[in-house]
Design a protein around this ligand. Structure first.
Ligand code: NAP
Length: 674
């Protein structure tokens, strides 16, 4: 008998006397126990806040991103152990790819996005500067800083690894420690993963704690700096979000619940088209992968009325090939549900659905189960229902049978398909299989408000499409209403859920000091050395070069026009330029000015500046007629280390004329040797 332990305040804690027993989903044999541990919940939260939080906040986003990458690499090397442990939950090797490899993949994505999209500092800037007064001496900037609390992640049974890692990655990247509470029935898999993480010594002490079993009074001890992220049933979410302490202290609570996800077959996707086959393939996969125990699985298959029969026939022909049994036995495509309780729940939900729909495929009595000693396993035959009257039916849009079960229903026209999809009252994902862009637009605009994700697939995208049921770390996961109203992931959006957004107001100098990014109008530093002769670590934020002046002549403009071929009338024809509301007469090309600017500020000799990698936010503010004198102010705005050899320097470039009027402004990106 395995004791599933919790990992609290740096110690592994055994389950208590009356712990819950856990059975092997395939054989029905009890093999582990978890829960009812007697540990100090306030000590656990204090440990996270004092140790983990402090250590994480001392790191920059880039340090944390590197930590996530190291963790991803480590888990990737050790994943075989997690595969071995996971078979007892009824999952097949293919299912492990979603849970285990999917979880590790999420860590990799956050590690990479953290390095590429977040600054090498502790403050995340949100949006542009806001000038709040006429002179610009009082400005505003929104910033994000990490919450000074704990993230309590409560997870569903079906993704014991992905469920933990997809929440851990954005939370740790934000700088917030966590307590993970997996569903008890698969807590032994999460425990195996946490043991690996603890052994790796990659995370700071207190950054990750594990509670296998109940949370005790943890939710009653949380405050406004803490976050609860919940994944599971709508029923439990409702119960937990009503915890008085969470409501009294406005503790953030996000929920990812069940939902009645739909897949719509476009009118154009008739049998014989690539899209029809694709639809059948996606639907079959969603019914059978993880034995249908996926929050994103397709529960409602919405097809044109005249295609309902062919859809049922094609799906039945695919489902018949789905061999069910011990996930480790040869030839098995679909494993068991997680427990016999779950099996009973699914069978009872099928009975409920039968009040409004008839079973057209799937006979529980005739299910052949492959493997030895599987008589007491939690196996359920893939089941397809047909609802002939989806307008009058309620249950098919409400009851989630969390297993290999889906209901086919017909639609009369596009509007009807939209109405049926939205009858689920909010879901995580809806898919649409069509090769017709007009259908895609109409349906998407009709259903988007009810769905967290709309997945469109056709012959063009199918070779790279990631699947109806797979949340991608780059894209938001969650949905309105029935789906919980929460949002996770979505790249850096997910990191912000663990941070506080604050509107900071003050002078440019104050904002520069707080954000670590030079704000126009704040002090500058002048050094004798040309900034292009200085290495990355020698350059200082605010360091400025003011160049010599250069007069723009008509010859320059004509030479540039002929040389480049840009003979646009505003540069060539004085009368035509004057008729244009923007120009006083012939003016210099904007690109000529930028080229002159480079000519004024570069230091030509080989030096630490390695490359110019781009321009951002270029604006031409005032036209420049021949005779104007231009000069440039070049200021170090932001520095971002990229690797051991070089870092990115973002320069603020301002072109002015002889009267100090701003002609153009932009940000120049260069790579500078460390
Ligand atoms: P569940 O019964 O609602 O349990 C979810 C989690 O809540 C488990 O960790 C459970 O722990 C915990 N929990 C239950 N009662 C609690 C309480 N009183 N206090 C604190 N924690 C409590 O859901 P499930 O059966 O594990 O998962 C299946 C459901 O999750 C399905 O409906 C599915 O659609 C949904 N789901 C949604 C998503 C999504 O991303 N939207 C993903 C996966 C699954 P114990 O196990 O210890 O009771």
């Amino acid at each position: 008998m395995q004791n599933v332990q919790s990992f609290v305040a740096g110690e592994w804690v055994d389950p208590g006397e009356s712990a819950r027993e856990i059975a092997n989903a395939v054989t029905g044999k009890i093999f582990a126990r978890a829960g009812n541990n007697g540990f100090d919940t306030s000590g656990m939260l204090e440990f996270a806040r004092a140790k983990g939080g402090a250590a994480l906040r001392a790191m920059t986003f880039h340090d944390r991103a590197k930590m996530l990458k190291a963790l991803a690499l480590y888990l990737n090397e050790n994943k075989q152990h997690l595969y071995d442990v996971s078979f007892a939950s009824g999952a097949t090797q293919k299912d492990h790819l979603i849970d285990i490899d999917g979880g590790i993949g999420t860590l990799f994505v956050y590690a990479s996005k953290g390095r590429r999209e977040l600054p090498a500092s502790q403050v995340l800037i949100d949006g542009e500067l806001e000038q709040l007064g006429r002179e610009g001496v009082f400005q505003g900037q929104h910033i994000y800083t990490p919450l000074k609390g704990v993230a309590v992640h409560i997870n569903a049974f079906n993704f014991p690894v992905w469920g933990m890692l997809e929440k851990l990655a954005p939370g740790l990247l934000a700088g917030v420690p966590c307590v993970v509470k997996p569903a008890t029935v698969t807590s032994y898999i999460t425990e195996a993963c946490v043991r690996l993480i603890a052994k790796s010594d990659i995370l700071p002490e207190g950054a990750l704690q594990l509670v296998a079993g109940g949370l005790g009074n943890t939710l009653e001890l949380l405050n406004c700096q803490d976050v609860v992220t919940f994944t599971g049933s709508a029923e439990t979410a409702l119960l937990l979000r009503n915890t008085p302490n969470l409501l009294e202290n406005s503790v953030r609570f996000t929920a990812e619940q069940d939902s009645l996800n739909a897949s719509i077959l476009g009118e154009d996707a008739t049998p014989g088209t690539l899209e029809f086959d694709l639809f059948i393939k996606e639907a079959t996969r969603e019914i059978t992968v993880k034995a249908g125990q996926k929050c994103t699985a397709i529960r409602r298959i919405i097809a044109p009325e005249n295609l309902v029969e062919p859809v049922i026939e094609a799906l039945s022909n695919k489902l018949i090939e789905t061999s069910v049994g011990d996930p480790q036995a040869e030839g098995v495509r679909m494993g068991a549900l997680v427990s016999t309780e779950q099996k009973q729940d699914v069978l009872s939900k099928i009975s409920q659905l039968e009040a409004e729909a008839e079973i057209v495929y799937g006979d529980q009595g005739a299910l052949e189960i492959i493997g030895e000693g599987v008589e007491h396993g939690a196996f359920v035959a893939p089941t397809l229902l047909h609802c002939a009257n989806p307008d009058q039916s309620m249950l098919v849009h409400e009851v989630e049978a969390f297993g290999p079960v889906s209901t086919v229903m017909g639609y009369r026209d596009r509007q009807h398909a939209i109405e049926l999809a939205n009858k689920g009252q909010g879901s995580l994902v809806a898919s649409l299989i069509t090769h017709d862009a007009e259908i895609a637009r109409d349906v998407t605009l009709g259903i988007a408000a009810f769905h967290g994700r709309v997945y469109i697939n056709d012959r063009v995208s199918m070779s790279e499409s990631t699947g109806h049921g797979s949340p991608m770390p780059h894209m938001v996961h969650g949905g309105p209403g029935r789906a919980g109203g929460g949002e996770e992931q979505g790249g850096i959006r997910g990191v912000k859920h663990f941070m506080q957004r604050t509107a900071v107001q003050g002078s440019p100098d104050m904002l520069s000091a707080i954000t670590g990014k030079w704000v126009p109008g704040s002090g500058t530093i002048k050094k004798p050395a040309h900034p292009f002769t200085q290495r990355f670590h020698e350059l200082e934020i605010g360091q400025t070069l003011r160049t010599e002046k250069r007069t723009v002549t008509l010859d320059d403009i004509e030479h540039f026009a002929e040389f480049t071929g840009d003979t646009f009338y505003a540069h060539m024809d004085d009368a035509a330029a004057k008729r244009n509301p923007f120009f006083p007469g012939r003016v210099a090309h904007g690109y000529l000015l930028i080229s002159f600017a480079a000519g004024l500020f570069v230091e030509p000799n080989e030096g630490p500046v390695l490359a110019n990698t781009g321009l951002d936010n270029l604006r031409f503010q005032k036209p420049v007629p021949a005779g104007d004198e231009i000069s440039v102010e070049l200021t170090v705005k932001q520095k971002t280390p990229r690797n051991n050899e070089y870092g990115e320097v973002r320069w603020h470039v301002k072109l002015v004329n002889q009267d100090d009027d701003t002609l153009a402004e932009y940000e120049l990106l260069t790579m500078v040797a460390i």
